[in-house]
Design a protein around this ligand. Structure first.
Ligand SMILES: Cc1ncc(COP(=O)(O)O)c(C=O)c1O
Length: 387
């Protein structure tokens, strides 16, 4: 008898990123769909990883990460977010190195979520949150953020909280909308979390990419909120090396201890040579991170300026390397159909927003990625301006 296999994730299929990238490849379209840099990781980092490998630093690291790397990340966090000199982050006991932010998200979710728990997520939501929550036996309570501002309505969040609510997932700078949470948002979140005894997973992988002089509001800057949070970041984003799958999670000591119990059985430790290389990069090249916002802001501006004469309405991108385009003057198709048409017939691949929503979303908005070389951005814009 053939076994009848019951899926634990019956609603999960091929992600929209995979689908659109495959289609871009198949039709030879300029790929502004998937979010990864077209340019290479810095030479310093490439040399450092080669050196680590050649020097034989190829065995398991401590499960939570190399102490030197934890120390360097601690210094970075301290420099970026902790203005109060008396507040010292104990890097060795609060930071864990993970195989990408993806692993950190999955482990944080498994650490927190129990059977029957509800977790609030904001749509459009990055696609990694819900499967992890379901695997842990929990469920998502989706709250929509809508065009054109994609702001969180905190009174709606307050109404959604019930006895089963365990945690809230936030993501700022936000993929796919390019919006940022501000101080008022973080304060509203903190009030709710303290009042209802909740936890937070804060996905901050684009933390160093904020534009127009606006600084990133990290949960790490709010001591009371941090006491209940897992803050997650990605070296893949920061150092243009998404394929290395290197990330980390910062959480208070007690939560970190629980996080590490699961991390050690998911992967034990992350790629050791990359840990050595990133340690050196953080020590020797702090300018890379300091310059990252300007680097991406220039790319955003190249694309935005080149699209000025198009019929797309450009929504403001305040962070990340994504930009939303409202195509309602260009086409009546829904966003999935529009992206298929754009890729197949016009030669530019973008990502529709509706797959990021649980509820039906009829807005005519697509996401493009500007982590590309200037030539690619100009070429794509020239084609889009003809529509
Ligand atoms: C919002 C968000 N979180 C997490 C990740 C995953 O990061 P990593 O590649 O380090 O696993 C991504 C990658 O695209 C992302 O956009």
């Amino acid at each position: 008898m053939k076994p009848t296999f019951q899926s634990k994730l019956p609603n999960v299929g091929t992600s929209i990123f995979t689908e659109m990238s495959l289609m871009a490849h198949q039709y030879g379209a300029i790929n502004l769909s998937q979010g990864f840099p077209e340019f290479d990781t810095p030479d310093f980092l490439k040399a450092a990883i080669n050196q680590a490998i050649n020097e034989g630093k190829n065995q398991y690291s401590p499960s939570s990460g190399l102490p030197d790397l934890l120390h360097e990340i601690g210094q970075l966090v301290q420099r970026c977010y902790i203005k109060d000199e008396s507040r010292r982050l104990d890097a060795l006991n609060t930071i864990s190195i993970t195989s990408g932010a993806t692993e950190a998200l999955m482990v944080a979710i498994q650490t927190l979520v129990r059977s029957g728990d509800e977790v609030i997520v904001f749509d459009p939501a990055y696609d990694a949150y819900e499967p992890g929550i379901e695997l842990a036996g929990g469920s998502c309570r989706h709250i929509a953020m809508n065009a054109p501002d994609y702001e969180i309505d905190w009174s709606e969040v307050s109404k959604a909280i019930n006895d089963n609510t365990r945690a809230i997932v936030i993501n700022s700078p936000h993929n796919p909308t390019g919006t940022l949470l501000n101080r008022n948002d973080l304060e509203a979140l903190q009030r709710l979390v303290l009042e209802h005894d909740l936890y937070v997973i804060s996905d901050e992988v684009y933390e160093h990419m904020t534009f127009d002089g606006i600084l990133h509001e990290s949960v790490l800057a709010y001591p009371e909120l941090f006491e209940r949070s897992f803050v997650i970041s990605s070296f893949g984003k920061t150092f243009h090396c998404t394929g290395w799958k290197m990330g980390y999670c910062v959480a208070p000591e007690a939560l970190t201890a629980e996080f590490r119990k699961i991390h050690q059985y998911v992967t034990f430790c992350s790629f050791t040579p990359a840990q050595f290389a990133i340690t050196e990069m953080l020590k020797a090249e702090p300018k890379h991170i300091d310059d990252l916002a300007t680097f991406y802001e220039q790319k955003r501006d190249v694309l935005v300026n080149a699209l000025q004469k198009s019929r797309f309405k450009i929504l403001p991108s305040k962070g990340t390397y994504f930009l939303l385009l409202d195509y309602s003057e260009v086409s009546d198709l829904n966003d999935v159909e529009f992206c298929h048409w754009l890729t197949q017939e016009i030669g530019v691949a973008a990502i529709p927003l509706s797959p990021f929503y649980q509820a039906e979303n009829l807005s005519k908005v697509v996401r493009v990625c500007f982590a590309k070389n200037e030539d690619t951005l100009l070429q794509a814009a020239e084609i889009l301006c003809q529509l």
